[in-house]
Design a protein around this ligand. Structure first.
Ligand code: S3P
Length: 435
């Protein structure tokens, strides 16, 4: 699909429901002993995989379409220890979050065995990062070459552990926290720097004893979860694509509504502010104590000049999925934009250091890859050309936004990948674009 240069973008938009929170609501709902009502659940490929997975494990799932791209879901869970043992493998599709979180629950299903598998991209996503702590807790896990899906888990009586994550990862942290619910005491997980804390907040909401001290989280085992109702805010990562469009297409002014502004998700907006981008909203202050709710805000975005910035390693987990957009902003900013300490990008839906650098170079950007990031020298704009999404939703959407702000337009090959996290992406953009 071609994305032609836009004169400007104006209007109001509600981005799709948050993907991370939707996955967690379905999983925790399935682990609960009472029905959970989830409003504004993301109706996209990844989060459909989670509903299918928990159904296979014995949860009863009822869905109703609420607005485009969103579902009302009721999950009647099996409780913490009563997941069924399906005969066939569980298909996680393209969902890395499901692949990493679900084993935390399955590890507690004593004597029962489960296999997780998915698409071609999921088969390249490492799972040894969750195997190590779950094995320490007493579960048995096996993977292809010891680190890639398919992943087989046999549940056991779990021991509480103290575990230090080698790299900050909300997925791995969440996996250990879910397993900890059925362990024989209190489990502590530490990370080198903060990562998104949706699991911790939702567990607190579900009545679990959970505390954070600096970068350590301690959770006490629980008899049951009682989640009742979850309202999913709009996804800050999906919003970031529209924020970027609003910043780099001259003359734009956008109001983006109901966005989740949990401080562990707003690292991108901090970087944008440092670059001089205008985004007004009520943010949660960084480093806030562990809450049990998810704050929301409207974001008011206006285009204007941008200055280059350096993203430090400890900011990376707070903006991990938005770093491709930092590269795109860098093309329009004055000076050299640098992202370091982001080697994790190589392990996402694609090798996002390679796909961002190759993709933007092909559109005329002056960008260079490093082992753990990239350097972009801003040229005040982007020529345009052709970019291949390579099946990665965020690369597809980055290409489309680049097209609107480019001089010659961009042809995105495989734009349909956007549906993994943002089903109505193209339609939403078309509504905002003025020519
Ligand atoms: C996610 C955590 C991040 C992020 C992914 C979603 C989550 O991965 O990149 O898109 O929902 O926990 P890591 O925690 O592995 O960095």
């Amino acid at each position: 699909m071609r994305f032609e240069p836009a004169t400007r973008l104006t209007g109001t938009l509600v981005p799709p429901p948050d993907k991370s929170i939707s996955h967690r609501a379905a999983l925790l709902g399935a682990m609960s002993s009472y029905p959970t009502r989830i409003s504004n659940y993301l109706d996209a490929a990844d989060t459909r995989s989670t509903l299918a997975a928990v159904s296979k494990l014995g949860a009863l799932v009822q869905t109703r379409e609420s607005r485009d791209g969103a579902l009302e879901v009721i999950v009647r869970g099996t409780g913490l220890r009563e997941a069924l043992e399906p005969k066939e493998p569980i298909d996680v599709g393209n969902a890395g979050t499901l692949l990493r979180l679900l084993p935390g629950w399955l590890a507690a299903q004593r004597g029962r065995t489960y296999t997780l598998d998915g698409d071609e991209s999921i088969r390249r996503r490492p799972v040894d990062r969750v195997m190590v702590p779950l094995q320490q807790m007493g579960a048995t896990l096996q993977a292809r070459e010891g680190r890639l899906p398919p992943l087989t888990i046999t549940g056991a009586r779990l021991r509480a552990i103290s575990y230090e994550l080698p790299v900050a990862s909300a997925q791995v942290k969440s996996c250990v926290l879910l397993a900890a619910l059925t362990a024989d005491g209190a489990t502590t997980v530490g990370e080198p720097s903060a990562s998104r804390d949706h699991t911790e907040r939702m567990l607190r909401r579900a009545g679990v004893k959970i505390h954070r001290f600096g970068h350590h989280v301690t959770v006490v085992n629980a008899d049951e979860l009682v989640l009742e109702a979850v309202e999913v805010p709009a996804d800050a990562s999906s919003a970031a694509f529209m924020v970027t469009a609003g910043l780099i297409v001259p003359g734009s002014r956008l109001l983006i509504k109901d966005v989740g502004v949990n401080w562990t998700r707003t690292g991108f907006l901090e970087i944008v502010r440092r670059m001089g981008g205008i985004v007004l909203g009520e943010m949660e202050s960084a480093g806030s104590d562990l809450a049990s709710h998810e704050p929301v805000s409207d974001l008011d975005v206006a285009a204007g000049p941008l200055a280059a910035s350096t993203v430090e390693p400890e900011e990376v987990p707070l903006a991990i999925d938005e770093l491709p957009l930092v590269a795109l902003l860098g093309c329009f900013a004055e000076g050299e934009t640098v992202v370091r300490g982001a080697a994790e990008l190589r392990l996402k839906e694609s090798d996002r250091i390679a796909t961002v650098v190759d993709g933007l170079s092909g559109l005329g950007a002056d960008i260079e890859a490093m082992s753990d990031g990239f350097v972009v020298r801003g040229k005040g704009g982007l020529r345009g050309g052709v970019i291949d999404a390579g099946g990665d939703h965020r690369i597809a959407m980055m290409g489309a936004i680049a097209g609107l702000a480019s001089w010659e337009g961009v042809l995105v090959r495989g734009v349909e990948a956007a549906a993994i996290s943002y089903p109505g992406f193209v339609e939403d953009l078309q509504r905002l674009v003025r020519r």
